[in-house]
Design a protein around this ligand. Structure first.
Ligand code: GDP
Length: 869
């Protein structure tokens, strides 16, 4: 995309209407007429200078700012400029160039470039905030108006229906009664709204305001019998057939309908009467909010146009898109403007902001809440054993003989208070949650086996905890074993900046055995102590919010999500939004499998009643009613779908480019991943896509919870993908497809195995690679020339072995001067096949006579190796 900034782009960047920007430019002495004209950087600077002076802060003359001595571009500071957002982050140019003007020697001392820059940033932020709040206000007003209109429309409809029924009843009655009745109620006969009729002045006022167009259409559409007419009238772009229908519709009326209707039709077309429909004299300009992407169908709906017409308009602009396809923000904005409407950036979705306001309401007294603990550490150091031991011995057991469920988390009650454990040990779960922005864990318990010490994953866990700024407690496990050496572990931890308390540091270290249970209580005490230090607090009442830990689809119970409540009280019957799902809490289960009425902060519960399976790491929020829950969920889903479609389109593009024979062709390994729980799906998705590098791209075509279905198999067949079943199996119809298409299906139950095998498969795709390996080096000591053999180098093999059959290179000052083969390899006048390190030999090089004393002869071989990731 071009880097040039047009007025329109600049306006979008600083969040100012184009007209206003044109006005400001003109005030700053620059005349532009067309919003698509390009604004040069000097002009931008001039405008900034002008704006600055206009705000009474700048004292440098405009020309000085407008004519900087040097201009530099420093794109690396992009992230500081959040204005505009999305693709429009190029605003950086403006700011940095401004900074350079400050290097002028005359005013150098007075101005601090950073302060200056900060000031401009502040101003841009200010203007953005102002614009945003203005936008919000307008949006609210629009919404209010639309709601009112909708209400009035509904009233009118109800009234119309009532009257229609009355008329029908009257028509069925003796003839003489009908005309009189109809005549007595000429307006009402076809759905006029009495309330509106009583307030003609109000309607007139509304129609006079240009902004009210939308509202009045909505009102009228309920009033008109032929509601198409109303739609047409408010519509700027009509297809030819619509246009034809409209013109005939106006005059023809509907023959089967009664007189009063026709009369009213004429009246409404005239635009005079209080109930009349006013045909707009100017085209209706719609303001359309567009996010990062939008489907053509949604755009058409927002513009009140036919999908086909939008497709046509896009086609004229050179964009080929079908009605179901998604177009990116820029294209959508262009299309909207091309069609004579205005586009605004949809920064926050309406429902989403309503949701935020909603959550904001839920204020209350903060009380102490239990800590949430994740257990990490090297494989086999005893994470699972420790979690199991605590659960087995500490979770208040349910009625079913203390059998506890595995729901992704559990909580225990100790003398010092409640502690919640996230029940998926390992780093993948922790990092994938973090990657999704969910901050669940308050404390990390790092398990280190006393007989094994600090291992790679121990170090990794320390890094993760530090990166997430989560405090660590070290559990030195397996102290029951004979080889246990806790002090060695503490020493090794020092190397990773983890200093135990008895070494003068601030990390609590507990020695325990997950097998015998020794020391486990000390660990729980240490956790309680750490949590007191952290002063963890939350509102324990009111509407709950939190995060999904695990989710799955249960055959009998439908979508099941384990959530961790982080604020408020989640109770049965609550309405909630959960990622892109919504629903009403039908039942809550705790980790013992028993039903519970509610769950407060830091308590995990299983939720039943959602519309679908949310993803681990999704947030959930309880809302007042189903409407909001549904709206937010749907909006989120649309957004996700649109983003995905745009991404998919990007992929297709890459494929096309690959087909076009790009030199840097990257190979793809396509995968379909199905797993038993969402946590595993996420962990696999992350781990496997991380295997991608510049040679191979790991593409995950489908990833989800549940068995492998026929449609999964079909997707895999279409993409020639390998299917991975993690603790799930393919059903019969899927197996048939897999067999017929000879697909590669693999079952696993250990994540590391999946990664290993995918690596192997990927390596297989990568094929073989020829590598050179130096097998020996000989130092040339002297050169003998003979008429029979030419130049023979008297050498000493100083490394490896020199073989007669292998190729060689002659190196002088570590530079290759010749590459070829050996003519002869001799030892004491005898031809030999190889000469080893530390042995003297005579080497004749084929077709090369310039060997000199001091050269090196390097002998190498070419081997074929399997490419690996
Ligand atoms: P994880 O990979 O970190 O989850 O480790 P596991 O909990 O699966 O434990 C690995 C092995 O160590 C298992 O065979 C456990 O029985 C054993 N183990 C765990 N904790 C202890 C302990 O405290 N003492 C002894 N002797 N063995 C333990």
């Amino acid at each position: 995309m071009s880097q040039q900034t047009t007025i329109r782009k600049l306006a979008a960047l600083v969040n100012t209407p184009v007209e206003k920007l044109l006005e400001q430019l003109s005030e700053a002495g620059m005349q532009f007429s067309d919003p698509d004209q390009v604004v040069t950087s000097a002009e931008k600077l001039k405008l900034l200078g002008f704006l600055k002076r206009a705000h009474g802060k700048g004292d440098a003359p405009v020309e000085e700012i407008a004519a900087p001595k040097k201009i530099t571009l420093n794109r690396s500071r992009k992230q500081e400029l959040t204005v505009g957002g999305g693709k429009n982050r190029q605003t950086v140019d403006v700011v940095v160039r401004k900074k350079v003007t400050l290097s002028r020697p005359t005013e150098g001392a007075a101005l601090d470039p950073d302060a200056e820059r900060a000031e401009i940033l502040r101003k841009l932020e200010e203007s953005r905030a102002k614009n945003l709040s203005e936008q919000q206000r307008l949006a609210e007003e629009d919404k209010r108006r639309a709601d009112e209109a909708e209400q009035r429309r509904q009233e009118a409809e109800a009234e119309a229906e009532r009257l229609r029924q009355a008329a029908a009843a009257a028509a069925a009655a003796p003839e003489d009664a009908d005309p009189a009745a109809a005549r007595r109620t000429p307006g009402h006969g076809h759905g006029h709204k009495p309330a509106a009729a009583a307030r003609p002045d109000e309607r007139g006022a509304a129609a006079a305001k240009p902004k009210a167009n939308r509202g009045s259409h909505a009102m009228v559409s309920g009033v008109e019998d032929d509601d198409k007419t109303a739609r047409f009238a408010g519509q700027l772009h009509l297809s030819a057939s619509d246009r034809a229908r409209r013109s005939t519709g106006n005059t023809r009326g509907k023959p089967q309908r009664g007189g009063p209707q026709r009369r009213s039709g004429a009246q409404s077309r005239s635009g005079g009467g209080p109930h009349g429909f006013e045909r707009p004299t100017a085209p209706v300009q719609r303001e359309v909010a567009i996010g990062d992407a939008i489907t053509v169908a949604d755009l058409a709906q927002k513009l009140a146009m036919k999908g086909g017409d939008v497709v046509k308009a896009l086609f004229k602009m050179g964009v080929m898109a079908t009605i179901t396809q998604s177009i990116d923000h820029d294209t959508a904005v262009l299309a909207v403007e091309e069609l004579g409407h205005t586009a605004v950036r949809a920064d926050a979705d309406d429902a989403e902001s309503e949701l935020i306001a909603h959550v904001g309401e839920a204020q209350g007294e903060q009380v102490v809440r239990p800590p949430v603990v994740t257990i990490m550490g090297h494989v086999d150091h005893g994470k699972t054993s420790l979690l199991d031991y605590i659960r087995r011995t500490k979770v208040a057991s349910g009625e079913a003989g203390g059998i506890t469920q595995h729901i992704g988390a559990y909580h225990v009650e100790t003398d010092k208070g409640v502690i919640s454990f996230l029940d998926t040990p390992g780093h993948a779960a922790f990092t994938s949650m973090r990657a999704r922005g969910a901050k669940l864990t308050d404390i990390v318990v790092l398990v280190v086996a006393a007989d094994d010490g600090v291992m790679p994953q121990t170090a990794e866990a320390i890094q993760h905890a530090k990166a997430a700024k989560v405090p660590l407690i070290v559990a030195i496990n397996k102290i029951d074993k004979s080889g246990a050496d806790p002090s060695r572990v503490k020493n090794e931890l020092l190397e990773h900046d983890v200093v135990a308390e008895d070494f003068g540091g601030d990390t609590q270290v507990v020695e325990l055995s997950a097998k015998t249970g020794d020391g486990v209580d000390d660990l729980l005490d240490a956790i309680s102590l750490q949590s007191e230090v952290l002063e963890l607090r939350a509102v324990a009442e009111g509407r709950a919010s939190g995060t999904v830990i695990e989710s799955s689809l249960d055959k009998g119970r439908g979508p099941v999500a384990t959530v961790l409540v982080q604020q408020g009280l989640l109770a049965r019957g609550d309405y909630l939004v959960c990622g892109i799902q919504y629903g009403r809490v039908r039942a809550l289960f705790d980790e013992t499998g028993s039903q519970t009425q509610s769950a407060g902060p830091s308590i995990p519960v299983q939720v039943l009643g959602l519309s679908g399976v949310p993803e681990a790491g999704d947030d959930f929020v309880v809302v007042a009613d189903e409407r909001l829950a549904k709206e937010v969920a749907q909006q989120r889903e649309t957004k996700r779908r649109e983003t995905r479609l745009v991404q998919a389109a990007g992929n297709r593009m890459e494929d096309i480019m690959a087909q076009m024979g790009q030199a840097e062709q990257q190979l793809s390994l396509n995968l379909v991943i199905k797993a038993d729980v969402q946590g595993s799906v996420e962990a696999l998705r992350q781990a496997l896509t991380a295997l991608s590098n510049d040679q191979i791209r790991v593409n995950i075509i489908v990833a989800g919870v549940g068995g492998i279905t026929e449609s999964d198999a079909n997707s895999a067949a279409a993409a020639k993908a390998t299917i991975i079943g993690f603790n799930v199996r393919a059903d019969a119809s899927a197996r048939k497809v897999i067999e017929n298409s000879a697909l590669d299906l693999r079952y696993f139950s250990v994540i590391y195995d999946v990664i290993d095998q995918v690596k192997q498969v990927a390596s297989g795709i990568l094929g073989m690679e020829i590598r050179e390996e130096i097998i020996g080096i000989a130092q040339v000591r002297d050169v003998f020339r003979s008429s029979k053999f030419g130049a023979v180098a008297g050498c000493m093999v100083v490394e490896g072995v020199v073989k007669r059959s292998k190729p060689i290179r002659v190196l002088r000052d570590n530079t290759v001067v010749f590459e070829g083969e050996l003519e002869s390899l001799r030892r004491f006048k005898e031809n030999v096949d190889e000469v080893r390190n530390g042995t003297e030999c005579g080497i004749g090089v084929k077709a090369y006579n310039d060997v000199k004393a001091g050269d090196q002869i390097e002998c190498f071989e070419r081997i074929e190796v399997q490419r690996t990731l």
